[in-house]
Design a binder for this molecule. Structure first.
Ligand code: DAT
Length: 175
């Protein structure tokens, strides 16, 4: 049974999908909370306003595959030794107000919008795994978004299953 990274740019809706998954009986590991428990938060990046997680230390502490499906949720989860990834995507026009309402500054907001429009996390996943599922959460309820991932037969996925998105036309982003 697969260990799946539930990943994507901050604010796209990973935690919300994870909550839907839990309601459907999935096991979910919140990577940031797990890192804190394991003492794998090694610094605080003032400029980035974010905790720095030692992903290699966490990777070394991955529990062995016990046969159950697990979602590892977080924007670094695809750097763990998992079997593949679910990548949540979000239209930057919807993402921007979400990031602003989190109190992200202009620089950090634009960096994340650029990362989303340039498919940065998707590309990182495709470099690492054959099994990658991408879905656009922009116009789906959390429940529908979760179902669109869960209905894929992850174990027998032979090639990436990528819903098309293209927000490159929105570049460059105004501050
Ligand atoms: P992430 O965990 O990727 O950082 P989140 O799950 O915390 O993102 O969601 C960010 C915000 O967006 C939060 O206020 C809930 C809202 N949201 C997430 N998914 C949504 C969806 N499918 N439809 C509407 N709002 C959504």
């Amino acid at each position: 049974m697969p260990r799946i990274a539930l990943t994507g740019t901050p604010g796209v809706g990973k935690t919300t999908v994870a909550q839907a998954a839990q309601r459907h009986g999935w096991r979910v590991v919140d990577v940031k909370a797990w890192a804190r428990q394991e003492g794998a938060v090694v610094a605080y990046d003032e400029q980035d306003q974010a905790e720095v997680i030692d992903v290699e230390a966490l990777a070394a502490r991955m529990p062995p595959d016990d046969g159950s499906s697990v979602l590892y949720e977080g924007h670094l989860s695809h750097l763990l030794p998992v079997d593949g990834a679910w990548v949540v995507r979000c239209d930057p026009r919807i993402l921007r107000p979400r990031l602003q309402s989190r109190g992200y500054g202009a620089r950090k907001t634009v960096e994340n919008l650029e990362a989303e429009a340039l498919d940065v996390i998707l590309q990182e996943c495709l470099e690492r795994f054959g099994r990658v599922v991408q879905r656009d959460g922009s116009r789906r309820t959390p429940e529908m978004l979760f179902k669109s991932f869960a209905e894929t037969d992850f174990d027998s996925l032979k090639q990436p299953d990528l819903e098309a998105v293209d927000w490159s036309g929105q570049l460059p982003f105004a501050r």
